[in-house]
Design a protein around this ligand. Sequence first.
Ligand SMILES: *Cc1c(COP(=O)(O)O)cnc(C)c1O
Length: 375
Amino acid sequence: MKVEFYKHSIDEGDIREVNDTLRGLFLTTGQKTRQFEAEFAEYLGAERVVGTNSWSSAAFLVLKAWGIGPGDEVIVSPLSFVANANVVLHCEATPVFVDVDGFTGNIGINEIESAITPRTKVIFPVHLYGQMADMKSIRKLADQHGIKVLEDCAHTIEGRREDYGPGLLGDAACFSFSATKNITCGEGGAVATQDGALARKILSLRHHGINRSASDRHNTRPVPLDMECVGYKANMSDIQAALLVNQLKRIELLYSRRVALCEYYESRFRESSIQTLKIAKNSKSARHLFTILAPVGTRDELVNRLFDAGIGTSVHFKAIHLMKYYRDTFGFREGAFPKAEEISARTLSLPLYPRLTNQEAEYVANQVLKGIERS
Ligand SMILES: *Cc1c(COP(=O)(O)O)cnc(C)c1O
């Protein structure tokens, strides 16, 4: 049997939307993008969403809009995708890593507090695997020190914690619609914020600081456009938006199938030596990834055994500070962030997506248990 690590859930309705868009006038940012932005804002309960061509550009534009630059520090988790720290480097600012909570894998609150200095400008937590970081504590710390919070929501659209969801307590939040995310258009991203002035700034920065888009100009009498600041090229296209609008309508359905699969995996692994990170009380995980913690020293062998059994897996994540560039540039060594490093050495993500069949999930669970027994 061959079980892919991920298969998207694009259906005939999504394809029809794209077809309609292709037969229409606008391929770039136009009515479809605005529709997606409005519907996604409504889903989140956010004031405003601005669509971009990736999470990475979305996060970069937010940091730029806040004027983050050389000498500024941004607190990030070492247990995230490299983009999380890289966008800080793109601004020529300094990513300051702090260790995670070993229970959930999310950024540690005491660790953030100890890392705040007069140069700290932003706390930039990731909601890892679908579970929200403790945003109430992070918001409180940020307010005490007068700094901003940017949420990495690449894993978490459907997550909730207590009475809040992603994008509601941060000053801004960035989403990804890249290939394997909960809803996808191949590549794409968005910023959600309650701050209208920030949203207007991002609208301008995503298109070279030009104050009106092609579709704004389309139905009005020509007036000269102007450029108000040095922006970038990061706007979402209507083709991307067309792929997203229907997926957003069935996002809860897609989510509930992932929940069922996670519960199945959990029931199979309960009596084994396989551990998983925990989901905190009052927390609803978006269930983006199903990750296990393999017994110490066995993960890489297990990856190979699963590969030989035809099962695709992935590691989320190798700790960022242990990547070659970060070691060479900042001198990080093993032992700097022990809890993140332990997860980094033991974690393994199994296939988890709505199209995964019960039979495939059973095969994956059997092979994982077999692989662990042999180690
Ligand atoms: C996918 C991902 C990103 C980057 O998203 P892009 O849209 O590819 O730029 C950032 N952070 C995390 C945690 C991710 O999983």
